[in-house]
Each structure stands twice: as C-alpha cells, then as structure tokens.
Design a protein around this ligand. Structure first.
Ligand SMILES: *Cc1c(COP(=O)(O)O)cnc(C)c1O
Length: 388
C-alpha cells in the first residue's frame, strides 16, 4: 500500500523512480569513463531543454541561490548598475545578492501579484545605462509569471545583459533562450527538472561571455568564477575529465536521466502539459470560491499556484487536514502576506491524477475546517479542463 501523501510543494517535487534509480552508482568517480560520457551528454542536452544551441552550459554543485550568485558574481563589477524587476521574494533576493558585489541596484516592482509595466522599465533603461537586468520568470513566492521575451529584445537594444531566474520555470514554462535573446537562464535541479536538490544549472549566451571576458576586476567569489569552471565544462563535453571542485557525480547521473525523459516527452508537449495542469488547478480553485495571488490568469504561473486562504480558515490547520487527506502543500513565503495564502506545486512529473488527488484533499480540508462550499465542484471543474 502506498501510504504516503503526495508531495505537491514548489520544489523539491515527486521524483520519477528511474531518476532516483539512476543515482545508484556505487564506486563511480568523477574521472570514470562512464561518468565523463554522462556529464558530457547532460551538458549537450541542456542546450535542447533551454533551447539555446549556441550557449555555454554550467552544471555546478549547489542550490538555485548559488546559480543566482554565480550569474551576479561573474557579470557585475563594483559600481556598475543593475536593474532588478521584482515580482516577489526571489526577485528581491537578486537585488540583495547583487548589492554584495558592489552593484548599484535599482529595483522596479509593481504591487504584489502584478507584473510591473514594461514601458516604465524601458524608460528607466533609456535614462540610465544598465549593465545587467534580472527578472524572475516565475516568482515562487507569488506565482506571478513574467513573459521574458520582450526583455531579451530590450536587453539587446540597450546593451544590457539579461538574466532570467528560471528556478521555478525551466523545463516547465515555455523558454526559448536563444530566440528570445536572454543572456543567462539559470535554475536548480529540484524544481521542474525533477532531480533531487543539489545542482545549480545555467546557460550563458556568447554575448554575456564576451562581457565577462572584458571584466576589469577579478570575480569576487572564488568558487563560482567562470574562469575556474569553463575549462571543466569544455573538457567533459569533449570527452575528457578535468578538475576544479569535485562534481556531484550521482546527481549528474540523475540529471542526465531526467533530461532524457524531458526530451523524450518533447518541449512543446511538456509546456502544454504544464499549461493544462495549471488551468485545471485554477479552474478547480475558482469553483471552490478560492482567490489567487496573481492579478489574473494571464500572469499566473503554470508550475505552481498561490491560492489565498478562504476567510475564516486557520491556515496551518487547513494544510494539516489537506496533508492527512493525501497531499502535502506549502505555506506562504512572501513576508508581507505569509499567513494569507498557500502554494501548490504542479511541475515536473505531475500527472492529471496527482492534480485530482490534490483537489480532492483540498476539498476534504475545507470540509474539516467547516468552510461552506459545493462538495465535488473542484474535482468537477478540474476534470472538465482535462476533458476539453
Ligand atoms: C527555489 C527558488 C530559488 C532558490 O533556489 P534554492 O535551490 O532554494 O536555493 C530562486 N528563485 C526561484 C524563482 C525559486 O523558485
């Protein structure tokens, strides 16, 4: 009997058993011929998943925050201007992090749950010369999704390097890095890629690499310096081992397996699957009379949802009841409204069945907490989306 609740938080997610099994590699070192091949293939497959055939991938041990750190440390020098587009907690983290490297940071944020006006952003870029612009594809604290495409074009127009925090979007939301001219797209293994936590991943455009090479000062962080990692990535891709810091061998096996599965599903199919799952979740919540944090469905993420608690409910108790009924959900994260909403992850391996279990568990939670709603209406609404 499978007697554990489904893990439906925005990362780590439920892992595919074959991905987990692929990590079982006892006695495999970082210079074993088998590992060299797997590492090299993972690097090449990333370009297909990111849709960035000419970019430079990096696979490093660390979490998503390390990927953000790596982008910032390598691309900004003290005194240079950075523009941070904020849609929540993780965007704000980028501002904080850039400040550590001496960047002169300007932040543009809309009201909570909104995407700031692009006209306002362009006006700012026109007024001041920015070296770097960061934006969060899906801010996991608000479930607000930004369309990154126009930002790549803006970056080219003003000679600004664009960095997309795709930790909650890569391999879930539509990303066409090269066509959209986004310079850096970074992520972590435990979100839509469906690999246990521990890998920081990114692809860097040739434009950003050029700007990196023309730095005047040394990178202020030893571990993430691209000068240390570039030779390692190049070596493994060309079938040779190389060393700077020990690579997370077993996690790279898991990454390779997951990238196999992602490419087998196909990127377009995968984007569409996430859109459909998200539409079903939103439709179910609406039927249950539950509001969401993002202003409207057009800017709502397809990898997670951020519903507001119904009035009169005690959040912690509700989540506990939902857990007992079969689904683990996450609480709020944004410091301003932490206790007013919760989060449902629906990325990676998530299936229609998982969504129905989750909605069913939410209905049970509402019932146990004495909330008035039409029983079964959430399940019905989600099924209707699946059947269209
Ligand atoms: C999870 C997340 C991060 C941080 O990743 P960690 O692996 O927890 O360090 C950064 N940005 C976004 C958008 C995220 O969802």
């Amino acid at each position: 009997m499978k007697d554990r609740p489904l893990l439906m938080i925005p990362g780590p997610i439920e892992f595919d058993p074959d991905v987990i099994k692929s990590m079982n590699q006892p006695g495999k070192g970082h210079v074993s011929p088998d590992f060299i091949e797997v590492f090299g293939q993972a690097i090449q497959q990333m370009r297909k998943v990111w849709m960035c055939p000419s970019g430079q991938p990096f696979i490093i041990a660390g979490s998503g925050t390390l990927a953000m750190d790596m982008a910032a440390a390598n691309l900004i020098e003290a005194g240079e201007k950075a523009l941070v587009i904020s849609t929540g907690y993780f965007s704000d983290r980028f501002a904080e992090l850039l400040t550590r490297y001496g960047a002169d940071v300007t932040m543009i944020a809309g009201p909570l749950g909104h995407v700031p006006d692009i006209e306002k952003i362009e006006a700012e870029m026109n007024k001041n010369e920015y070296k770097l612009l960061t934006l969060t594809h899906v801010d996991t604290s608000t479930a607000v999704r930004i369309d990154p495409e126009p930002f790549g074009k803006l970056g080219r127009k003003y000679g600004t390097i664009t960095v997309l925090d795709g930790v909650c979007s890569v391999a879930g939301e539509e990303i066409r890095q090269e066509r959209w001219d986004i310079d850096v797209v970074l992520t972590a293994s435990q979100k839509a890629l469906g690999v246990p936590a521990g890998l920081a991943l990114m692809i860097v455009s040739s434009y950003a690499m050029e700007r990196f090479r023309s730095r005047e000062t040394a990178v202020g962080n030893y571990y993430v310096d691209w000068n240390n990692w570039l030779p390692v990535m190049n070596a493994y891709e060309s079938g040779k081992p190389s060393y700077f810091g020990t690579p997370p061998v077993n996690l790279v096996y898991a990454l390779k397996k997951s990238l196999d599965q992602i490419l087998e599903e196909g990127m377009e199919t995968r984007f569409e699957r996430h859109r459909k799952l998200a539409a079903a979740v939103r439709s179910a919540l609406k039927a249950l009379g539950i509001d969401q944090l993002p202003e409207n469905d057009e800017i709502a993420a397809n990898t997670l949802s951020a519903p507001r608690y119904p009035t009169g409910i005690e959040g912690a108790r509700f989540l506990q009841e939902v857990n007992k009924a079969g689904a683990i959900l996450a609480g709020g994260l944004h410091p301003e409204i932490k206790n007013e909403y919760f989060r449902i992850g629906h990325m990676g391996t998530v299936s229609r069945g998982d969504i129905l279990v989750t909605i069913g568990a939410i209905e049970t939670g509402l019932l146990k907490c004495g909330i008035d709603f039409r029983e079964g209406s959430g399940i019905k609404a989600a099924s209707e989306i699946f059947n269209t």
